[in-house]
Design a protein around this ligand. Structure first.
Ligand SMILES: *Cc1c(COP(=O)(O)O)cnc(C)c1O
Length: 387
């Protein structure tokens, strides 16, 4: 039977207790979710500013659809690049401080457009070991194009420098998450930028979890570190997390962005996002820019959670961001804790290997500006009781 091997592999996944299941939400993304009629507090989304359910953005999306229709009809380079896309690109460029930006349907596609397009035969890619799966796939594509790929231990700048010093590659590309998605910690971007300057390398930064959250007006991790929008930097940001809608961008120099537009296969060979999504994102960008109050409440909730969990026997990773990982260790224990919380109406996902290293299964608590102090209090109380 053609399916036999698939069935056997699925059985192996099940036997290891690693089957993934989707929960169907009966309510929009927000601080509360209803699943199978059960109401839970949602600590599982990346909706850090609570914008996914924002009424003004939903209105901009609806108005955009009425004005511009449902779909873009083609890829950007054929006939799918409409005025709302063009406007959004300009707004993102201005907001991030780069000369130019390109928008993508997803962050996954944005990452696939950068590293493998810049790196081919004779070039070398240097990637943090804890980079997001989409950056890893991008690195593998670069490898298939003939690039040498090297992974350095997480945030280990000295190890990276050794690799750079030993490399004779024509073009060197350093690739990193700005905020690591399963640990919540920041990359040492000023040090990485200094290395990029010293070794004449590109610095590709994935700011999926920093954009909208970090830096003045939510301009992201570069702004947080007061780094310039330098020619050698390509900044990727996703628009489905703090921005609350969907899609992504890459910002950079005029030339680098033109190069991606001409050569990035995951930019060229895919249909442009519906123009209404660009309309919604323009509104979202405006709310992010004026969102100091949202960021202040997010920061207050993060501090409240960290204070509350300080005495727990489980280790809370030293994360300053909305991603707060509580290390449990064994897979079953992490899943058990997540289940017990769920029964108490608290949705906190357990993350297991291979998504995270072996023996570091964890609860990944996502804090949002939409959470109230009482929400955080209930989570802290439940964890104190269960842990
Ligand atoms: C979510 C995420 C992506 C992918 O973005 P999508 O828009 O969801 O495809 C890329 N990089 C990181 C670090 C992420 O967390």
């Amino acid at each position: 039977m053609i399916e036999d091997r698939l069935t056997a592999e699925l059985a192996e996944i099940a036997a290891a207790g690693l089957t993934r299941r989707r929960r169907v939400l009966e309510t929009p993304c927000g601080r509360n979710a209803t699943v199978d009629g059960k109401k839970v507090l949602n600590f599982a989304s990346n909706d850090y500013l609570g914008l996914a359910g924002n009424a003004e953005i939903a209105r901009a999306l609806a108005d955009g659809a009425v004005q511009w229709g449902a779909g873009s009809g083609a890829s950007h380079l054929v006939s799918g690049h409409l005025a709302p896309h063009e406007a959004l690109e300009k707004e993102i460029a201005a907001f991030t401080g780069f000369p130019r930006a390109l928008t993508f349907s997803t962050g996954y596609l944005a990452n696939l457009a950068v590293t493998p397009t810049l790196a081919g035969r004779g070039d070398a890619v240097f990637a943090d070991k804890l980079n997001h799966a989409s950056l890893i796939d991008a690195m593998q594509l670069a490898k298939a194009n003939g690039a040498d790929v090297q992974r350095y231990p997480h945030n280990d700048v000295a190890a990276l420098e050794k690799l750079l010093a030993a490399s004779s590659a024509t073009r060197k590309i350093i690739v990193t998450d700005a905020v690591f998605s399963m640990d919540g910690d920041l990359a040492p971007l000023p040090l990485l930028f200094a290395l990029a300057e010293r070794y004449d390398a590109w610095l590709v930064i994935d700011d999926a979890h920093g954009f909208g959250v970090l830096g003045p007006q939510g301009r992201g991790s570069l702004a947080h570190f007061n780094l310039p929008a330098a020619q050698r930097i390509l900044l990727m940001g996703t628009l489905g997390k703090a921005a609350g809608v969907g899609g992504a961008f890459v910002a950079g120099s005029e030339t680098a962005i033109e190069y991606l537009l001409q050569k990035g296969r995951s930019y060229i060979f895919t249909t442009a996002q519906p123009p209404a999504v660009a309309c919604a994102l323009s509104k979202s960008l405006q709310l992010i820019r004026n969102g100091d109050a949202l960021r202040a409440s997010l920061i207050a909730r993060i501090a409240q959670l960290r204070d509350g969990l300080a005495g727990l026997p489980l280790k809370l990773l030293p994360s300053p961001t909305a991603i707060q990982p509580l290390i449990v260790g064994a897979n079953e224990a992490a899943v058990g804790l997540s289940k017990a919380l769920w029964e108490r109406g608290l949705w906190v996902p357990a993350i297991r290997p291979p998504t995270v290293p072996k023996d570091t299964a964890r609860l990944r608590i996502s804090v949002s500006a939409a959470h109230t102090a009482a929400d955080i209090e209930s989570l802290v109380a439940a964890l104190k009781e269960l842990a």
